[in-house]
Design a protein around this ligand. Structure first.
Ligand SMILES: [Fe+2]
Ligand SMILES: [Fe+2]
Length: 190
């Protein structure tokens, strides 16, 4: 199915630019593949950024949650490689400016907060949840697009990742609400 669509896409590109024959699908497929490359870059970038956050976390519960999400992120990378295979494309990363910005923001929080404080953990959670929401938006939109393109297997893989990103977000909320936010509210600024 994916191979057939891809073939059709290439055929339309190399053939005459007869607009009546070029339906919206080939352009949409091209955009879709580009966006897969973007999130592939983003997930790989996160694999480099997350260990820093894990090391900087004060709460052992938060550090454990981040460690768990590193393993899950590796699964997301592998799943995207499966998506590339289904699309008959080589895995390729395309720089994601948004994820670069989000991880920079996380690093900024480490610079602006004191080591060993709950306040730093609050900052790490905020930065991490921004990342999760970016991923939720991306995978939600891409899963929907995959269905529109008739790429059911791809949509299933993306939906699995989408659900794991939602779970990660919820876990961060519960860690913040159960303990860390209150502890941080008791800390004085230095
Ligand atoms: Fe992910
Ligand atoms: Fe994530």
């Amino acid at each position: 199915m994916a191979k057939a669509s891809k073939g059709a896409s290439n055929a339309s590109k190399s053939a005459s630019p007869d607009k009546t024959k070029m339906q919206s699908e080939p352009a949409l497929l091209e955009l879709f593949i580009d966006e897969i490359k973007d999130i592939y870059w983003a997930e790989n970038h996160l694999l480099k950024a997350l260990p820093k956050m894990q090391k900087a976390a004060t709460s052992t519960q938060l550090a454990a949650a981040i460690e768990e999400h590193i393993a899950i992120t590796q699964t997301h990378v592998a799943r995207l490689e499966q998506v590339f295979e289904l699309l008959d494309e080589k895995p390729q990363a395309k720089k994601c400016d948004a994820m670069e910005g989000l991880t920079k923001e996380g690093e900024g929080i480490l610079e602006d907060t004191e080591e060993g404080t709950a306040t730093r953990d609050v900052g790490i959670i905020l930065a991490s949840q921004k990342v999760e929401h970016y991923e939720i938006a991306t995978y939600g939109g891409l899963a929907q697009l995959a269905n529109t393109l008739g790429l059911t297997d791809v949509a299933e893989l993306l939906t699995q990742t989408l659900n794991e990103e939602k779970q990660a977000d919820e876990k961060l909320t519960s860690i913040a609400e159960n303990d860390i936010n209150y502890q941080a509210s008791q800390e004085e600024a230095k």
